[in-house]
Design a protein around this ligand. Structure first.
Ligand code: MN
Length: 303
């Protein structure tokens, strides 16, 4: 034990949450022929524990697609045991699943798809966007489900731009769109199975914002654009910043126009066994997922 001097804190600014690490994506890869993504978590040691309840972040930075009459994307594939969250900034994506969920999301919209006990789905560029071509900018986040909900019914939440929580920051510093959870008392529309906060934040040059998330939560920030100081560290476009699970606010101060994806959630303290599109708690449950998939229990969906 070391002896510490306790300093009075009543008038002091709250402590800043410390940075656990700053990570870069290991390069870009294709998911099907429609999503050119940086798979952030694959380069992070112990990511499953460190980032719980989040399982994956595939970030598709802006990419210009040529016009085509054959929509690009990913064909029919299964999921079980978690949620896929697709966030659109440019371009549009059509989704169909075997539980009857489906729709098109465009700029500002989010699709929050709970696979739970299992769906087949396909994810494609929407037809008119494909024919027109243009800039496509999206992210897909995978959120784990607690054991109690892994085998529950699938759910599909189409969340439109107008439904998002909207926070105008003081002094014209920028805007925070609340997709899930809440920020400064403004709630986002997503229904979640464990406490999760997802913000889409834009800061203007010289703009500042503070993110004060509960102690014990996983907190991470993807810098999609900008050059800023985050919790005292200089960060730039492409950086993925993970914070310690401790109390303390995160101050973001932008030197240039910045665009951030802020992820926070209460860790799910359960074993994670993943095999491709199935994320369960045990190996037996993964084998069961394969058996159920092979006997057609995930339903049917046309290619
Ligand atoms: Mn999928």
């Amino acid at each position: 034990m070391t002896t510490q001097l306790v300093t009075p804190t009543s008038n002091a600014a709250p402590a800043q949450r410390r940075i656990e690490g700053i990570y870069q994506a290991p390069g870009l890869h294709w998911v099907g022929d429609g999503f050119r993504v940086a798979g952030y978590f694959s380069a992070i040691p112990d990511a499953v524990r460190k980032l719980s309840p989040f399982l994956l972040l595939d970030y598709n930075p802006p990419y210009d697609y040529s016009p085509t009459d054959r929509p690009r994307g990913v064909g029919v594939h299964p999921h079980r045991g978690f949620e896929t969250v697709t966030i659109a900034w440019d371009g549009s994506v059509a989704h169909h699943d075997s539980a009857g969920g489906g729709g098109v999301i465009g700029p500002g919209d989010v699709q929050w798809m709970t696979a739970a006990s299992g769906v087949l789905h396909k994810e494609y560029h929407e037809r008119e966007f494909s024919e027109r071509g243009g800039i496509f900018h999206m992210a897909q986040l995978w959120v784990n489900l607690p054991r109690a909900h892994k085998m529950g019914p699938p759910r599909y939440q189409p969340l439109t731009a107008s439904q998002m929580g909207q926070v105008e920051l003081p002094r014209g510093a920028g805007q925070v769109r609340v997709i899930a959870g809440e920020y400064l008392g403004v709630r986002g529309p997503a229904l979640t199975y464990s406490p999760v906060h997802v913000y889409d934040a834009r800061l203007h040059e010289q703009g500042a914002a503070s993110f004060d998330l509960p102690a014990g939560y996983t907190v991470a920030v993807l810098v999609m654009e900008g050059d800023l100081t985050l919790a005292g560290a200089a960060v730039k476009q492409g950086d993925f910043v993970i914070f310690e699970r401790e109390a303390g606010a995160i101050l973001a101060e932008a030197r240039a126009e910045a665009h951030l994806l802020v992820l926070a959630g209460e860790p799910i303290d359960e074993p994670v066994v993943q095999y491709g599109p199935f994320v369960m708690n045990t190996r037996e449950e993964i084998l069961q997922a394969f058996a159920d998939y092979n006997r057609g229990a995930f339903g049917t969906l046309e290619d």
